[in-house]
Design a protein around this ligand. Structure first.
Ligand code: NDP
Length: 299
């Protein structure tokens, strides 16, 4: 048995979904508004098809109005933007998600910017990033993986105020928004990246260590401060010859076996942060619908 408490996505993601269902019921009972999520996919990428299907199923499970728009690979940017414009104006729809990546002939930047910021449940539009950074978290929709990291960290320590947080990775999708969420929780935040000097000792200063690097098992046990909370965002597929020839398995950016002997709490991979992303998408949809109905406290 590892020493650390395991922050279990298989427990916390369903708890989040239960809260979403309760909020959906209250919202519908008190305002008649049913949250609506529209997911748009362009092309046939098999992984994206699976993600989009799962998002639609989860939205139905939450009792939302759910639409999936499947467009052919040859769809033009103008056609996709016209669909976004229609969905922006559709009162049944409170959340719009364009599944990434889009085909190369379509500008992802243009599509994300075209989504009404108040329906941008992926939290990727410059307006939502700006709201988060300028301390308007109450008005922002925060991107789902970073929001999931925060829920997992707070499941261990509800008040993060004053703690040292180190985020390894500075991508726009994960590292930067996680760092801003932790700052909004009054952590003292360090953002580390590929040019950081002496990364092991920077990591050892962390009460909350978030790894969003994309390098299998990079963060070793002796980089972790005893008792720290470790949130491992990495999803890396590595060869697993022990399972048979050509087999693979998923590991995080943290060496789980080592870190779990030192940390106070740690998320596993798989079964950790990865499970939170869809749950937070559903949470963002009910938040967007509640705000639209003038009842932000329900979301
Ligand atoms: P990116 O590749 O966009 O960013 C990686 C970051 O890690 C960069 O900021 C980079 O620094 C930094 N980095 C790379 N090598 C090192 C190093 N040796 N030392 C320190 N820092 C380093 O990745 P993402 O943020 O998109 O994703 C990170 C991981 O999270 C991936 O494994 C991805 O699969 C996973 N992920 C999981 C999700 C989920 O759970 N649902 C969702 C999204 C991502 P620099 O900026 O200097 O290059």
């Amino acid at each position: 048995h590892p020493k650390a408490h395991i922050i279990d996505g298989k427990v916390i993601a369903p708890q989040t979904i239960d809260k979403v269902k309760a909020a959906r019921e209250t919202l519908e009972a008190e305002t008649g508004v049913k949250p609506g999520l529209a997911v748009v996919i362009v092309g046939e990428d098999p992984a994206s098809q699976v993600y989009v299907r799962n998002k639609g199923l989860k939205a139905e499970e939450c009792g939302f109005h759910s639409e999936t728009h499947r467009l052919p690979e040859a769809t033009s940017e103008a056609e996709l933007l016209a669909l976004i414009t229609r969905l922006n104006a559709d009162p049944k729809i409170h959340g719009i998600l364009a599944q990434l990546p889009l085909p190369k002939h379509i500008s992802e930047k243009a599509v994300i910017a075209a989504i009404d910021p108040d329906k941008d449940v992926d939290g990727l539009s410059p307006i939502n990033v700006g709201r988060l950074v300028s301390g308007l978290a109450d008005e922002a929709l925060v991107s789902c993986t970073p929001a999931g990291c925060l829920v997992m960290a707070k499941s261990v320590t509800p008040d993060l105020s004053g703690l040292n947080a180190v985020v390894v990775g500075r991508s726009n999708i994960v590292g930067k928004p996680v760092a801003h969420l932790l700052l909004a929780e009054n952590c003292t935040v360090t953002i580390a990246h590929s040019r950081t000097r002496d990364l092991p000792s920077v990591c050892r200063s962390a009460d909350i260590l978030v790894a969003a690097v994309g390098r299998p098992k990079m963060i070793k046990g002796d980089w972790v401060k005893p008792g720290a909370t470790v949130i491992d965002v990495g999803i890396n597929r590595i060869p697993a010859p022990e399972k048979g020839e050509g087999k693979t398995r998923l590991v995080g950016d943290v060496d789980f076996g080592e870190a779990a002997e030192v940390a106070g709490a740690i998320t596993p991979v798989p079964g950790g942060v990865g499970l939170m992303t869809i749950a937070m998408l559903m949470a963002n949809t009910v938040i967007a619908a509640s705000r639209k109905a003038g009842r932000p406290e329900i979301g």
